[in-house]
Design a protein around this ligand. Sequence first.
Ligand SMILES: Cc1cc2nc3c(=O)[nH]c(=O)nc-3n(C[C@H](O)[C@H](O)[C@H](O)COP(=O)(O)O)c2cc1C
Length: 353
Amino acid sequence: MTRLATAIGAFRLCNPVICGAGEPVMTEAGIRAALRAGAAGVIAKSVNEQPAAARQLDRADYVRLDANGMPTAGQGVSLFNRSGLIQRDAADWFAAVAAIDRDAARDGRFVAASIVYAGPEGAVAIAAQARQAGLRVFELNVGAPHAAEATPGAIAQETDPARLTGLVRQVRAATEGMQLWVKLTGLSSNLPALTLAARAGGADAVCMMGRFMALVPDLDTFEPVLGTSAAYGGGWALPIVCRFLALTRRAAGAGLPLLGTNGARSGGDVVRMALCGAGAVELLSVTMHEGFAGLTRIIEELETFLAGRELHFQDLVGRLADGLTGYGDQPECPGRWRDFVPPESLAGTDLPG
Ligand SMILES: Cc1cc2nc3c(=O)[nH]c(=O)nc-3n(C[C@H](O)[C@H](O)[C@H](O)COP(=O)(O)O)c2cc1C
């Protein structure tokens, strides 16, 4: 076993770096490039049954933002965009993806089918198509951030635990023998409960968390950058994702496999998500910032990190989450607040603590 080997339940991966769904893997060439770059797997660009969601791709737009949230021609620190879904027929797309998955399997890798949820009937029908195509992994994204802004009906978010269990149960029945991974929203604080709900419905693993929605006012035009609210992600999101991974691991236990997504930009970031409970990480923006070579860089950084410490990746999964304590468990440090206020605040005071 190499240092990088990991597993999502019984599903073994040669390393924890998965290329997440998005435009870079909306073509067969993109999927193959991600695999060549070293990704253990690829979540192929999502489909759904709604023509409006595919049409939305023609209104998609993208911009990089700097640390002040302003558009930049450089790399920036955030990607801000509205997206749409693949415009190919699902059966045709899944047949193409399954052919690459068969090749990938020979090399210990995988390519997954993915749906951005719009409604239960469509989800079940599309899941059945993925199974019929011979795919091994199906990712059900019930939390795409664009749901609120998209044409009504094109995309839906499921944030009700009871309804999520019912939905996953139906999709589970259509994906017998496959890995079923459920990808949750970043726009709810209910992720531990939603994870338990997905598990109760039969999910093999849960991926968290989707990107956030944002509105970026332009100071020259006084209009929104890109014209609308849009999805917003960057390395800054990682600590927020880490917290939800750790809370979820504590709620669900080590037996429920978790995948991290949203904000990983380096090998160290993959380790941080692992410490909080992620057995693997789905990365996408890095490929839009620096090409698929970004995945190779991250895998190399991870290998160097682990080799330097004589560690195996799997030893790290959940290590921080399992020891996480609360505020009341911290040592007392009276007066610490004084180090963080302007001197005027302390003038003439003799406050205790
Ligand atoms: C342009 C773009 C398109 C995306 N399309 C999809 C999609 O079709 N389905 C999906 O489940 N996630 C989609 N995502 C989410 C990514 O797979 C990933 O979870 C998210 O970008 C957070 O990871 P990152 O910080 O590494 O980019 C998309 C993200 C971006 C930036």
